[in-house]
Ligand binder design. Sequence first.
Ligand SMILES: [Zn+2]
Ligand SMILES: [Zn+2]
Length: 604
Amino acid sequence: MAPSLRGPQIRGSRNDDPKLARKLLPCQARKNLIALDNTKIIELLRTTATLLTLHDANPFQIKHYLNAALFLEKLNQEVMSLNPEELSHLPGISQGLIALIEELSTTKTLPRLQELQAETPAGVWDMLDVPGLGPKKVRALWKELGIQNLAELKEACQSGQVEKLPGFGKKTQETILNNLSEQAQYQQLVHYATALQCATLLEAACKKEFPSFMMTLVGEMRRKVEVISNIQLLVASTEVLPIMNWLSSYPLIRQEKSISGPFAWRGHWVDNPLAIQVLFCKPDDFYQQLVMQTGSPQHLVLALPSGQVLGEVVTQANGVTSEADIYQAANLPSIPPELREGLVEQTWIAAGAPPLVELADLQGVLHVHTTYSDGRNSLEDMVTSCQNLGYSYIGITDHSQTAAYAGGLRPHTVHEQHQHIDQLNQQLAPFKIFKGIESDILPDGNLDYPDEMLAQFDFIISSIHSGLNMSQSEATERLIKAISNPFTTILGHPTGRLLLKRKGYLIDHQAVIDACAAHGVVMEMNANPWRLDMDWRWVPYALQKGVKLSINPDAHSQREFANILYGVEVGRKGGLTKGHTFNAFSRTEMEAYLQTRKARALPY
Ligand SMILES: [Zn+2]
Ligand SMILES: [Zn+2]
């Protein structure tokens, strides 16, 4: 059955990043347009707890908000859809949370949060965005050194004042300085998943208001770039003024008149750094503009056998009625928008322009956490969600014992979980739950657990989660050792990067991919929008080496199954096809593959 209901969700990460929370705060404008769902309420509660910590509030008060957030994270219904009677009957709900929900229903925000926001200087708030600076450290910088913004923080680090603060030291000071410079590069960017939510709102509102105009998202959004600097919407119309006026009154965006003009409305989103460009063209020019505004500059200078570059053909293709016509005029197949980066097109064309992988090609989901480790939903709930989405199998991969911070499974818990899975498999057949584990790759490259234990799993995702400070050669060696372990089925998030937060450790991609090819190990395309790791730019090399990719949501909650979409999109950017996608295997193919693979790992 084709998977259904897989819309994008903004929450793609378990992290409690205040930067993300801030982007989701309900300013007056958003308040009226975006319904309060559990995700947004959790962000509000967590932000309140962060600010309470910053203001050194009573720990019980902080716990009150954190517990409320935890409760909602495990709830399977939208809390705002419940009436007071239903609310009070939710098992385990506290009076405190009921009161908070009532506050949210009437005011659409949390009054305590608003008070805290008013008491927090904007620059101090910015410091919470610096990686490694939690609310307690920010408080110390603010109250002890009087630092009120990032520029003052940088100065204080450079003059050596920060290292003298209790609990800081020279190393922390250096890290803060490095993180500040890294952060400056990230400031104008947002994750694709966040941008998609904004872009979809704007496009839908604009289409509703002007239903007869042709319009579509172009640029980075249409190419599905992993981090976005601006949302571009192309609109074909003979009348520009009504839409210009409408845009200027649309409450989620602000115009910047100095950079707008007669053919472009330019501005920015109200509460994140996204730039917005609405580009106007005549209806007759729409398809030419669509190609020009979608492709990266490198795509538009693709060299053609005729001696021209693609951009020249586009400008000459007057009167066309589709993008396909333009590519045909250039003697090219219709290049999917995701590929138009000037990097992978030629390889894809040389391979015969195969159809790229689609969401509906995926038959199962292989990287899923449950409450056995650090997931938010139970094994049953994760399995049910996966079934309801139309998949025919799931691979449960909680953390292994070394990841104690993430509730990694001790051997007796693994045993318990396996019995639980056996029982569910009997009930749910033919749906299949595979017994997996996300095994930490230890600093020496070995996997967690002894071989006898590893042999009890159907498959193993091997990932690095700690000891990230490594040289390129150390990281590469550590990965290759894990890849060469016969129990490794999939190499998880190969670089450990967190987009716009942390660069991954450096690895020799070519050597790692070669090792995967040599040992028959699948590579993960981790679909969490903060990771999207491995980087899609390495997909063509993996395909060339015959390495399959598994598009894995790394779901820690039911809603994070929606991450899969982002993995499909970046996979497409690298030219990934259904045939090269591991979890496009049918259930029986996957069963057979895992059995054969495991048989090879066993010593008898
Ligand atoms: Zn992981
Ligand atoms: Zn994971």
